[in-house]
Write a protein that binds this ligand. Structure first.
Ligand SMILES: *[C@@H]1O[C@H](CO)[C@@H](O)[C@H](O)[C@H]1NC(C)=O
Ligand SMILES: *[C@@H]1O[C@H](CO)[C@@H](O)[C@H](O)[C@H]1NC(C)=O
Ligand SMILES: *[C@@H]1O[C@H](CO)[C@@H](O)[C@H](O)[C@H]1NC(C)=O
Length: 400
C-alpha cells in the first residue's frame, strides 16, 4: 500500500519529523516511535497498543460503523456478476488467499522488538483461511530486520528474525500445505536509500532463496511496490533477483516480479512498466507479473468508497490485454476495497474478469494480520475484521 511507502521514506529521510503530517492509516505513535504524531486532517491518532498508534479516519474511530451492513448475499446485479454463479467460463486461480501482515510493522524501527514493534501472523488466522479453501498467503517482512544494516543487504541474516519468519513459512507450507510468498516489504528502499546495485540485490536473493530452495510451496515475491524509480530500473533489479534465485538452486518455485509506481495494474502502461517488463527472462520459466489494485478514487486503498460497481474489471482491463499480448501470467498480489454493496460487486467483477481472461493465476486480499485495528476497512483478520462478514463470503469465496 502506498501509505506504507510514504512512511518508510519519511522515517528514513527526515526522522525525527517535526509537525509533518502522517497520512491516514499511518503509524503516529507508540513506544520507540520517533516519527510525527500529527495525523492528516480528517483522521485521528488512535492507540492500538502501547507500541502502535495509527491515524484512523475520524468517522471510523472508536465506532463499529460499517458501510453497507444491510447488504445481503442476494444483492442483485446484472453486470458485472455478483457471484461466480454468473461468471461464465471461468478458470479458477491456482493461488488464492490473503496478505498476512505483521512482521513488517513498526516502520522505521530497526530492528524493533518482537511483540511490540512487529509480530508474525497468527496460526489461527492461517487455519481460518485454509479451512475456507484458500491456499495462498503473502508474508511481508522488513529487510532491515532480516539483513541488519551493519552487514548490508548481502550480509548475514539475523538468525532470530529468520527463524521466526521461517517458522511462519513452515506453518503455512508444511503444516497446512498452502503456498507462502516471501515479500520483502521495502518499496525498493533499504536502510533509507534506494536499492540500485543489481549485483548486490541479486546476491541478497541468492542468499534468501537458498534458505528455502527445497520447499516447493514457497513463492519468491521480489520486492513490494517499487516506486519513484524508472520502470527500467525496477525491471533490471527484478531480473537480477530472478537470476539470483535460480542461481541458489531454487529452480522450481514461482517468482513474482513487481513494477514501479507501486506495481499498479491501472497504471501498468502509463508507468512505463508495460514497455519493459515483457522482456523478463526466467531460465526456469516460472515467473508471473505481480500487480496491485485498489478500487477507491485515487487507487491508494485508503478510502472505503469504490468509484463504481464496475471499476474493478475496468482498472484491470489494459493490464490483462498486455499480459495476453505478451504471453505472460499475472498475479494480483493486493486487492482491497470497502465493505459495502458497490465495492463487493466491483471486487466480484474484477475477480470474474480475471478468471475469464486465462492469464491471471492468483489473487490475494489486502489484508489479514493480528494488529490491524478493528476499524481498518480492508482487514480480513478473523473473526471480526471488517471484510470477514460480507466481502469474504460474497466477493471472494465464490471464486475459490
Ligand atoms: C462458454 O464456453 C462454451 C464452450 O466453449 C461456449 O459454448 C459458450 O458460448 C461460452 N459461454 C460464454 C458466455 O462465453
Ligand atoms: C521470535 O519469536 C519468539 C516467540 O516465538 C520471540 O520470543 C522472539 O523475540 C522473536 N524474535 C524475533 C527477532 O522475531
Ligand atoms: C512456459 O510455461 C508456460 C506455462 O506456464 C507454457 O505455456 C510455455 O510454453 C512455457 N515456455 C517455455 C519456453 O517453456
Amino acid at each position: 500500500m502506498k501509505t506504507f511507502l510514504s512512511l518508510t521514506t519519511l522515517a528514513a529521510a527526515v526522522s525525527p519529523v517535526v509537525h509533518a503530517q502522517v497520512a491516514v492509516w499511518g503509524q503516529c505513535g507508540g513506544i520507540g516511535f520517533t516519527g510525527s504524531t500529527v495525523c492528516a486532517s480528517g483522521s485521528t491518532c488512535t492507540e492500538m497498543n502501547a507500541y502502535y498508534s495509527q491515524c484512523l479516519p475520524s468517522t471510523n474511530t472508536g465506532t463499529t460503523t460499517v458501510v453497507g451492513t444491510t447488504t445481503t448475499a442476494t444483492t442483485t446485479s446484472t453486470a458485472p456478476p455478483s457471484s461466480s454463479g454468473t461468471c461464465a467460463n471461468r478458470t479458477k486461480f491456482k493461488f488464492f488467499g490473503v496478505n498476512q501482515s505483521g512482521a513488517e510493522f513498526g516502520t522505521g524501527v530497526v530492528p524493533g522488538k518482537w511483540g511490540t514493534d512487529f509480530t508474525f501472523p497468527a496460526p489461527s488466522s492461517i487455519d481460518f483461511f485454509v479451512g475456507k479453501g484458500f491456499n495462498f498467503f503473502r508474508v511481508p517482512f522488513m529487510m532491515e530486520r532480516l539483513v541488519p544494516p551493519a552487514g548490508g543487504i548481502t550480509g548475514p541474516f539475523s538468525s532470530a528474525y529468520l527463524a521466526n519468519l521461517t517458522a511462519t513459512i513452515q506453518y503455512i507450507t508444511v503444516t497446512k500445505g498452502a503456498f507462502a510468498a516471501l515479500d520483502p516489504h521495502n518499496f525498493m528502499i533499504y536502510n533509507g536509500a534506494a536499492i540500485s546495485n543489481t549485483a548486490q540485490f541479486q546476491q541478497f536473493w541468492t542468499n534468501l532463496a537458498g534458505q528455502f530452495k527445497s520447499n516447493s510451496k514457497v513463492i519468491f515475491d521480489v520486492m513490494n511496490e517499487p516506486n519513484g524509480i524508472p520502470a527500467s530500473t525496477a525491471f533490471a533489479l527484478n531480473q537480477a533477483a530472478i537470476n539470483g534465485i535460480r542461481a541458489s538452486g531454487a529452480t522450481s518455485q514461482l517468482i513474482l516480479v513487481e513494477g514501479t509506481s507501486w506495481t499498479g495494474a491501472w497504471t501498468w502502461v502509463s508507468s512505463g512498466n508495460s514497455a519493459v517488463f515483457g522482456a523478463i527472462k526466467d531460465p526456469n520459466n516460472n515467473t508471473a507479473i505481480e500487480m496491485h489494485q485498489y478500487l477507491d478514487s485515487d487507487g491508494s486503498g485508503t478510502n472505503a468508497a469504490c468509484v463504481s460497481s464496475t471499476i474493478g474489471a475496468e482498472r484491470l482491463a489494459a493490464a490483462t490485454s498486455w499480459l495476453q499480448a505478451n504471453n505472460l501470467k499475472g498475479f494480483l498480489g493486493e486487492i482491497g476495497a470497502g465493505n459495502n454493496a458497490q465495492c463487493i460487486t466491483a471486487v466480484s467483477g474484477a475477480l470474474c474478469a480475471m478468471q475469464q481472461s486465462g492469464v491471471w493465476i492468483g489473487a490475494s486480499w489486502w489484508a489479514a494480520g493480528p494488529w490491524w485495528p478493528a476499524t481498518y476497512f480492508t482487514s480480513i483478520e478473523p473473526p471480526n475484521g471488517l471484510s470477514v462478514a460480507q466481502v469474504l463470503p460474497q466477493a471472494l469465496m465464490p471464486y475459490l
